[in-house]
Design a binder for this molecule. Sequence first.
Ligand code: SF4
Length: 362
Amino acid sequence: MSKVRHDWTKEEILEIYNRPLMELLYDAATIHRKQHNPNEIQVSTLLSIKTGGCSEDCGYCPQAARYHTDIDGNDLMSVSQVKAQALRAKSSGSSRVCMGAAWRNVKDGPEFDQVLEMVRTINKLDMEVCCTLGMVTENQAKRLSEAGLYAYNHNLDTSEDYYKDVISTRAFEDRIDTIENVRKTNVTVCSGGIIGMGEKLEDRAGMLVALSSLNPQPESTPINALVPVEGTPMEDIKPIEIWEMIRMVATTRIVLPETQVRLSAGRTEMSREGQAMCFFAGANSIFAGDKLLTTPNPDVNEDMEMFKTLGLNPQKPFKKSTQPQTVEAEDSKLNSLGEKPKWTRPDHKIERNEAAKAKAKA
Ligand code: SF4
C-alpha cells in the first residue's frame, strides 16, 4: 500500500507534476493499481436543485447573480422531482447523486428541511447521496448526516494564495472550517478544485498541498477544467490543453493515493483518448448527465459507450464507507437551531469581478 502523506511540500508536488510525462503516468498508474480497481469507475450524477441567483462572486461561475449570464435560474426543486431524477440516474448506471444549490451557505428553515427530505429519499434508493450547498455549521452537518448523507462537497477551488484573485465574498479559511464541520460527522468529504483559471503551476501544487494536508484526506476529489462562460469575469480565458489535465490528475493520484479522483467540468472538450489517459493516470470517477449544474457534459449514453470501448465498469455504491442509516424527521433528536450564520466577508475587491459586474449592470 502507498503511504498516505500529509506533509507534501509545494516543491515536491511541482517536481512530480513536471516529470517526463511517461514517467509521471507510470508512477501514478502504479499507485492507482495498488489502491483501486483500475477497471472500475464511480459514476455520479450532478443535479442542480436550485439554480442561479447566488450572492457570491466566484469568478468562474455563471450562477452568481451579479454577472447576469443567460442561465435559466430555478427555485428549489420538489422532493418528488428529485426522486424522479435520481431513479433515472440509477437506471443509467449512476451510484451517486450530488445535489447542488447555488447558496452562499445553508440557512436553517423550510428549504433546508426540504433538502434533508431529499437526502432521506435518495438514501432509501440505495444510492450514495452527496450535497453541495455552500458553507455549513456543525449542527447543520450533523442534521445532514442523520438524514443519511454520504458525502458533502466543498471545493477548495485553488490555492490559498490565488483564492483572493477568484473570489472576494468569502475566505479560504471558510472552506476549511466547513470541511472541519463535516468531519465531525460520519459524512465523507469531497473536495477538489478547478484548473485553467489563470493560476500558476505553483497554485495547482498549493491546492494539492492543502488537500493532502487534510487528515483524513478527502474521500473524493473533483478535478475540473475551467469552462469559460460568457458574462463571467473569466469568459476570455483560453481553455487549457489536455496535457495539463492529465498531469494534474496523475499528480493528484500520487499525493492523494486513496482518494477517488473525479473528472468533472471540461470533459466535453476532451477526446475519448484524452479521457482514457486520465483514467490510466488515476482518475476513477466521472460526473454523468448532459449538464454539470449549468455547463455542458457528455451524454450518459456516450459515456457508457466509452466505458465499453475501454473495458471499464461502473462502480457499485458504498465502496468507500458503509451506507448511512436514515433517521426520519419525526425521530430526530437534533433540533434546528435557527442558524443564519454570517461567515466572513473579506474586505478585498477583485478587479475583473468588479468589471464583469459593471458590464452586466450596463
Ligand atoms: S460557485 Fe457556488 S458559491 Fe460561487 S457563485 Fe457559483 S453557486 Fe455561488
